[in-house]
Every structure is written in structure tokens, then in C-alpha cells.
Write a protein that binds this ligand. Structure first.
Ligand SMILES: *Cc1c(COP(=O)(O)O)cnc(C)c1O
Length: 363
């Protein structure tokens, strides 16, 4: 048996006719930038997340960058970020000229530690950028409380958390969040895509300007914006996929529940879910002290895995010189030990049982 890490082709086959119709509709519409398909998706996504506004942009990184720019982040400002995240979180901060200030996570959840955030605040700190890593919500209440106390902006990196809930509320419903629609995300396009959602109308208006050359009226430019618009073809496909997001997230939950039940019974460590969290299992991540050899054994048994992420941003050449090895020991240990197991809305029960059987035999 073979179990791919993520089987998008099989998942898409269920909705292939609607996806094809969406792409064809745009192809024949005569509208290729902005237009009704983008507006429909933005309205639907704003309603889904519970944010007042949604602005489609070209990708998740741009959603982060434009969110930070619209918040007024400027060169020299410090932004607190997780030490263990995808590098996009850091790159967004660097792109606005600000300085990413990394903090170690809570070991049990791999998510941002509010106490570490409190210790990292200086008089140059302007914002906090928590990530809802692996589709598990970060502990937002204490982070927001610190932000209130020290007058910091909060931008949530929700690239992995479409549909997740924190204390019963959807991610996106209470603040400002950046989303990626990279194809492999829980809500993924047929190419690149992203969005910024916010409950702050003035901020939404600024992002609307920034993503379109700083222009609200053709050939009139109020600010030095960029070209970062969500393609209507992607918006049309995303509209179709938004309709199945909850049911596909339910399938991910069922797979995660079965993994957790089987692994916990065998004494393996399983992802910790706090009682206030309703994750959407973008990734199901376990730890193994001999991760690389374990991964090879799984690969040989036909079980596809990935590592999220093998090198933390502070040890990437892109950030050479910023921090020495050992500066963030927990994040560095996680980078050596984490392994993401197959997780796909198209995964069959037989495939899930096979993964469990092989993990238990080969761990
Ligand atoms: C995917 C991802 C991004 C970037 O999204 P792109 O659409 O690839 O630019 C940012 N942050 C996190 C945590 C991600 O997983």
C-alpha cells in the first residue's frame, strides 16, 4: 500500500466538475482582474471567518506584508514572531524593514508562549505575529492582553488554520489575520493565493489600496502600493472549495482522532490539544528522537511524510549572523524531531490504518 502525504488530485476529483466550470466561467467572462468572482469569494470568506472584511491578495506572504504595512510597521520596529515557524512569517517582518524578534514556543502545543512574548517586549516592540501552527490556534487571549497593555498591533498568521476555532470563535473573527491559499493548505487554490481578513474597516481600506498600486481610482495613486491581487480564476476555484472546507476539515479531524487514539494507546507522544482549541489539522505532527531514520523506514514502507520545518528561520542562511546555533534550543530540538504524517481529505480508512500500523511497527 502507498499513502501519499497529501493527495490533492484525488480530493479535487470529488468537485472536479465545479472546479472546471469555475475556471471556464472566468476564462469566458472577459474579467481577469478584480470583478464579480473575486467579490463573491471575498464576501463569502469574510462571512466564513466572521471578520467584517476580506481582501484577496496574491499569496500568504503578501497578506502578511500588507497587513504589517497597513498597521504602520516601519523600519526599526520590532515584531515578536515564533522561532519555530515557516520562514514567511519572518520574511514579512523583514520586508517592511522591521526586525523579527523570535520567541520559543510552548513545548506541548508548539505554539507561541505568551510568557515568552512578555519577556521579549522592549520599547521598540510594535507588533506580535502569532502563528496558528499546524492548524492549532495559538493562545490568543493572553497575547491580546499583552498587546492592549503595551499598545502593540497583533497580526495572526492563519495560513494553516482555515476553520479552526479558539474558545469557540473562528480564527479571523476577532482581529486581523493573514491567510494563504497555497494549494496544500486546508483551503487551497489551484495556484497561489492569499487574503487578509480584519474586523477593522480602516485597515481593510488601507490594504485594498496597497494591494492595487496604492490606487482606488484608476491612475490616481495615494500611496506607494504593490501589485498583489487575488486572481479571479483562483477566487472562483476557492469559492467552490470554501463550500467543502468544513466537511474536509471534519475528515482531517477523524483521521487525527484515529491517529491519536492508536498512538496514545501504544504510549507514543501525541499532539496536545488544549480544551480551548478546535484545531483543523493542517498537519498531524509527532516527535521522534531518531526522526530521520524513522522517516526513511516509513518512506520504504510507502508512507509519505514531510518535515515542518527542518531548519528554523534563525539558522537559515537567509538570516545568517542574526543568531547563533543554540539561541533557541527548544525550536532547534523540535526541528530535529518533528515529523508530519499523511493528512489528506482524500485519505481512506484503510490508508489511515496502514499508517498507524507502520508507525507502531517502525517507531
Ligand atoms: C504557507 C504559509 C505562509 C505563506 O503562504 P504563501 O501563500 O506560500 O505565501 C505563511 N505562513 C505560514 C505559517 C504558512 O504555512
Amino acid at each position: 500500500m502507498k499513502v501519499p502525504f497529501l493527495d490533492l488530485k484525488t480530493a479535487h476529483a470529488e468537485i472536479q466538475e465545479q472546479l472546471d466550470a469555475a475556471v471556464l466561467r472566468v476564462s469566458r467572462s472577459g474579467y481577469y482582474i478584480f470583478g464579480p468572482e473575486l467579490e463573491s469569494f471575498e464576501t463569502a470568506f469574510a462571512a466564513y471567518t466572521g471578520a467584517g472584511r476580506a481582501l484577496g491578495v496574491a499569496n500568504g506572504l503578501d497578506a502578511l506584508v500588507l497587513g504589517l504595512r497597513a498597521m504602520g510597521l516601519a523600519p526599526g520596529d520590532e515584531v515578536i514572531v515564533p522561532a519555530n515557524t515557516y520562514i514567511a512569517t519572518w520574511l514579512a517582518v523583514s520586508q517592511v524593514g522591521a526586525v523579527p524578534v523570535p520567541v520559543e514556543p510552548v513545548e506541548a502545543t508548539h505554539n507561541m508562549d505568551p510568557e515568552a512574548v512578555a519577556s521579549a517586549i522592549t520599547d521598540r516592540t510594535r507588533a506580535v505575529l502569532p502563528v496558528h501552527l499546524y492548524g492549532q490556534p495559538a493562545d490568543m487571549d493572553p497575547i491580546n492582553a499583552l498587546a492592549d497593555r503595551y499598545e502593540l498591533k497583533v497580526l495572526e498568521d492563519a495560513a494553516q488554520a482555515h476553520g479552526a476555532r479558539y474558545r469557540g470563535r473562528r480564527i479571523g473573527s476577532t482581529g486581523t489575520a493573514a491567510w494563504s491559499f497555497y494549494p496544500g493548505k486546508n483551503l487551497g487554490a489551484l495556484g497561489d493565493g492569499g487574503a487578509l481578513t480584519t474586523c477593522d474597516n480602516a485597515l481593510a481600506d488601507r490594504v485594498a489600496l496597497l494591494r492595487n498600486y496604492g490606487s482606488s481610482e484608476k491612475y490616481v495613486h495615494d500611496t506607494q502600493g504593490v501589485n498583489s491581487r487575488l486572481d479571479p480564476m483562483q477566487a472562483a476555484a476557492l469559492f467552490v472549495k470554501l463550500d467543502v472546507l468544513d466537511s474536509w476539515n471534519d475528515r482531517r479531524r477523524a483521521i487525527a482522532a484515529r491517529y491519536t487514539e492508536a498512538f496514545a494507546a501504544a504510549g507514543l507522544s501525541v499532539p496536545h490539544v488544549p480544551n480551548w482549541a478546535e484545531p483543523v489539522w493542517h498537519l498531524y505532527v509527532i516527535r521522534h528522537p531518531g526522526r530521520d531514520a524513522f522517516r526513511t523506514r516509513l518512506e520504504e514502507a510507502g508512507v509519505g511524510t514531510l518535515i515542518h520545518y527542518p531548519i528554523p528561520p534563525h539558522l537559515q542562511r537567509a538570516y545568517a549572523g542574526a543568531y547563533p546555533e543554540g539561541a533557541f534550543p527548544l525550536s532547534e530540538r523540535l526541528a530535529r524531531e518533528v515529523i508530519s504524517l499523511p493528512m489528506s481529505p482524500a485519505q481512506t480508512q484503510e490508508q489511515t490504518e496502514y499508517v498507524i500500523d507502520r508507525v507502531l511497527a517502525l517507531a
